[in-house]
Write a protein that binds this ligand. Sequence first.
Ligand code: UDP
Length: 238
Amino acid sequence: MKMGEQLYEGKAKKVFATDDPACYIVAYKDDATAFNGLKKGTITGKGVVNNRMSNLLFRYLEDCGIPTHFVEELDDRTTVVRRVTIVPLEVIVRNIAAGSFCKRYGAVEGMDLKNPTVEFSYKNDELGDPLINTSHATALGLATQQTIDDITDMTLRINEALKAYFAKVGIILVDFKLEFGITPEGKLILADEISPDTCRLWDATTRQKLDKDRFRQDLGGVEGAYQEVYHRLGLDKA
Ligand code: UDP
């Protein structure tokens, strides 16, 4: 597979065309941003962790019957993925109260939620990714009701699968963000990444934060946290 022209550079990844019109190549960077790009920095080694971790979890989810954009890992930082049109909704799942959920509802960080929650943000940097309800999303033509129902269904299945996977390595999956895409054939599949950038991950024993909150909140030990997740998932030996 040949790498073609760069199509897009995002905050954490670059996307390239390939000689196969059905595929893109994604290259993961060490650049980190938070608070809608207001805070910028570098997390050394993050690109490798996020690329290899996403690919491990996408392969696992495929085995669980969830279709994903994963095609082939080319090297530590680059992966071939299926070309999709991204549904402009960020899908956020929560098992434990943290982050904006606490701010919005006055919940105490760390509170067990009685059920997993699913919420949507409109993926729009200029507007700061505002929370959106499903009638607004369909009214704006961002997705059909059927697509939203299918996303919700897949998301809850993904949550159960990932919670179990992380539990085995002593990690609590607090919350996370997913993005979905639609293939040229019209099939809805999981896209983007699943990494410490997009998940809150806590050590099951100490409840220590092992994710991007260490960067957002200047807690120190940012690189170490990403490496710890990498190690727990066995990626340093694979
Ligand atoms: N998240 C993300 N990208 C975003 C917003 C949120 O990956 O643009 C992830 C975040 O890492 C966390 C979850 O979604 O795991 C819930 O984030 P929250 O809504 O609490 O927002 P935050 O407090 O991170 O701004």
